[in-house]
Design a protein around this ligand. Structure first.
Ligand code: NAD
Length: 258
């Protein structure tokens, strides 16, 4: 069967998803800026924060998967402690440009899965700003405007992940005629290397209280299971939507359950 391209394969959720897919017999082509040992499939080392890095990935995938791809998992992401331009370029523009750029390789029944976050659910007031940013044709101008907007600059990660959810709907609409599904997954806190950065960005107590409520943080495998399901051809009618995988955190926090 055709391979699945997966960004962020060197660590955390991406590594867990690549391992799960391989164990189920899929061929995975991994993409990451960090070299990784022990990766079973083909590996492309690239920096997704720049248009040049993204073009290089598209070119290499065209060579490695001449028959096309069964799916694309946009898992690479950076926390809000990284510079604003990096957060927005990797978390938003790389998802958009890689998905659109791989359109010729994504045949009928292919599935795209993007990583959003449950934190984005707490921040609904910026839908219009997200639309303008996520769909902006001039990336440099959009990044400059975002940097000048303190609400965005101080909440770059939340903003980027809200953009991912919006972008997921937009890309699903763009690909509907090609019969390619595009969905996003929104995890709550997951025990991976970037959890410490989230604690710095969102507050240690807030992040830790999630694990107190749920008994633990999510394991990368908890999220990988859902990503792998969406990438498979099973959920053929699930398209243009977000699947929250947070153990019930958002439901609990927005409820009146004491
Ligand atoms: P991680 O840090 O373990 O893995 C992220 C991977 O992305 C790393 O291998 C890193 O090298 C790669 N990456 C980062 N910038 C890159 C770039 N410019 N070019 C290429 N690769 C790059 O983090 P994770 O927890 O596995 O996160 C995976 C995704 O899940 C991210 O999009 C993250 O925002 C999202 N997410 C994570 C959590 C959590 O609590 N861990 C919660 C919600 C959403």
């Amino acid at each position: 069967s055709l391979p699945i391209a997966l960004t962020g394969c060197a660590s955390g959720i991406g590594a867990a998803t690549a391992a799960l897919l391989a164990s189920r017999g899929y061929t995975v082509i991994g993409i990451d800026r960090t070299a990784t040992t022990g990766f079973a499939g083909d590996f492309i080392q690239a920096d997704l924060s720049t248009p040049a890095g993204i073009s290089a990935v598209i070119e290499k995938l065209t060579t490695l998967a001449p028959q096309g791809l069964a799916g694309l998992a946009n898992i690479a992401g950076v926390p809000g402690t990284a510079p604003l331009r990096t957060v927005l370029s990797v978390n938003v523009f790389a998802v958009r440009e890689l998905t659109r750029g791989l359109a010729p390789l994504l045949g009928e029944r292919a599935s795209v899965v993007n990583l959003a976050s449950s934190v984005a659910f707490g921040w609904r007031s910026v839908a219009e700003a997200c639309r303008d940013f996520a769909l902006a044709e001039d990336q440099d101008q959009a990044l400059e405007q975002a940097a000048a907007d303190t609400a965005i600059a101080e909440n770059s990660y939340l903003f980027s992940k809200q953009c991912v959810r919006l972008l997921t709907e937009q890309l699903a609409a763009e690909f509907v005629g090609a019969r390619v599904r595009v969905n996003s997954v929104s995890p709550g806190p997951v025990q991976t290397p970037i959890l410490d950065d989230f604690k710095k960005d969102h507050g240690q107590d807030k992040v830790n209280s999630a694990a107190e409520l749920l008994g633990r943080f999510a394991a990368p495998e908890d999220i990988a299971e859902v990503i792998a399901y969406l990438l498979s051809s099973q959920p053929i009618w699930v398209n243009g939507t977000d699947v929250r995988v947070d153990g019930g955190l958002v439901a609990y926090r927005s409820s009146s359950v004491p």
